[in-house]
Design a protein around this ligand. Structure first.
Ligand code: SF4
Ligand code: MG
Length: 327
């Protein structure tokens, strides 16, 4: 089966200056990263802030250019950002990000904004568009009387529902959701995530679900990729990642999430500073925080290797063995 979207060797380096006259430091936000999403599949991308996951999401959609590597969408090379070919593709790939208020125009009603992609891409007849907007509002749990409301007249959760309805309007085959619920009240996060999962399933959309919160990803992802400083350190089916994480970083993340029906194992506390892309440690970038680090970890970069069917990890201590390394 042809992947819906496939990225190979993606690399994005930007220059950062410390202070006005400081020396420019090259920062590798995304570093030689390869990933694919199958049609109708949800890939969870997990990592702390600074791991490059948002940059990756934007690169997958061709919004942030890559210095190296390539993205293929539905079997074709991703056209360059801003070209007519790229704009035409935008109907098939959509982005939902954290702040729905920033994503919406405060001067336009909710219905007008949900309808926008249909108008821009000239989809359906004008009279059919109204019906489609009503159906989309119902699908995301908005009431018909909210059609004529403005963004500030809705709650945060309702606004994000409207953004999701707009993203679905053009029947995309891919949605990239970047922290779609982090700005919402904890009490409604699960509702919005469950709704996204149901819609993804119903319409068989491929989804990249980016989050710093492994708990949230667990609910929605078929597969999970864990990122650290611009690279994938572990990738596996969601159930597998949660049942037997192999990379020490994943083990630490998983140990902080209670798993229903399983005894809570000892929580692994990460030492040291959160990752800073401008100051990448030598060798395994995780070594200053890794409780299992040895000498080789400080000098040699562990390659991402296959460690089982559909699973890979980048750690010197993880071989093809089946037993999980001690947590
Ligand atoms: Fe820890 Fe070494 Fe594995 Fe990196 S390579 S995760 S430092 S054990
Ligand atoms: Mg982010």
């Amino acid at each position: 089966v042809t992947p819906l979207i496939e990225a190979k060797g993606l690399t994005r380096v930007y220059e950062m200056r410390r202070g006005l006259f400081g020396k420019a430091i090259p920062v590798r936000a995304v570093d030689d990263l390869s990933i694919k999403v199958l049609p109708g599949e949800t890939l969870g991308v997990v990592g702390e802030s600074g791991s490059g996951k948002s940059t990756l999401g934007r690169m997958l959609l061709g919004i942030d250019p890559a210095q190296a590597g390539a993205v293929t969408f539905e079997g074709h090379p991703m056209p360059a950002f801003g070209t007519a070919e790229w704009r035409a593709l935008r109907a098939r790939m959509q982005l939902v990000y954290q702040d729905p208020l920033a994503a919406l125009d405060r001067r336009l009603t909710i219905a007008t904004q949900i309808r926008e992609p249909l108008d821009i891409h000239n989809l359906l007849t004008k009279s059919q568009r109204d019906g489609r907007v009503q159906a989309l509002m119902a699908a995301v749990g908005l009431r018909p009387d909210q059609a004529d409301r403005y963004p500030h007249e809705l709650s945060g959760g309702q606004r994000q529902r409207a953004v999701i309805a707009r993203a679905l309007a053009s029947h995309p085959s891919l949605i990239v959701c970047d922290e779609p619920v982090s700005a919402l009240d904890v009490s409604i996060q699960a509702q919005v995530v469950n709704m996204l999962r149901d819609l993804q399933d119903e319409f068989q959309i491929g989804m990249v679900f980016i989050s710093h919160d492994l708990k949230v990803v667990r609910n929605v992802a078929d597969r999970v990729a864990v990122m650290y400083l611009g690279r994938i350190v572990e990738e596996a089916l969601s159930d597998v990642i949660f049942a037997s994480p192999r990379h020490p970083y994943t083990q630490a993340l998983v140990s902080s999430v209670p798993v229903p029906g399983q005894p809570l194992k000892g929580r692994m506390i990460l030492q040291g500073e959160p990752p800073n892309p401008a100051d990448r440690p030598s060798g395994c970038a995780f070594h200053p925080r890794c409780p299992l680090a040895t000498d080789i970890c400080r000098t040699s970069v562990p390659a991402l290797r296959t460690i089982g069917v559909g699973r890979s990890a980048a750690c010197h201590l993880v071989e093809g063995a089946t037993a999980p390394i001690a947590a």
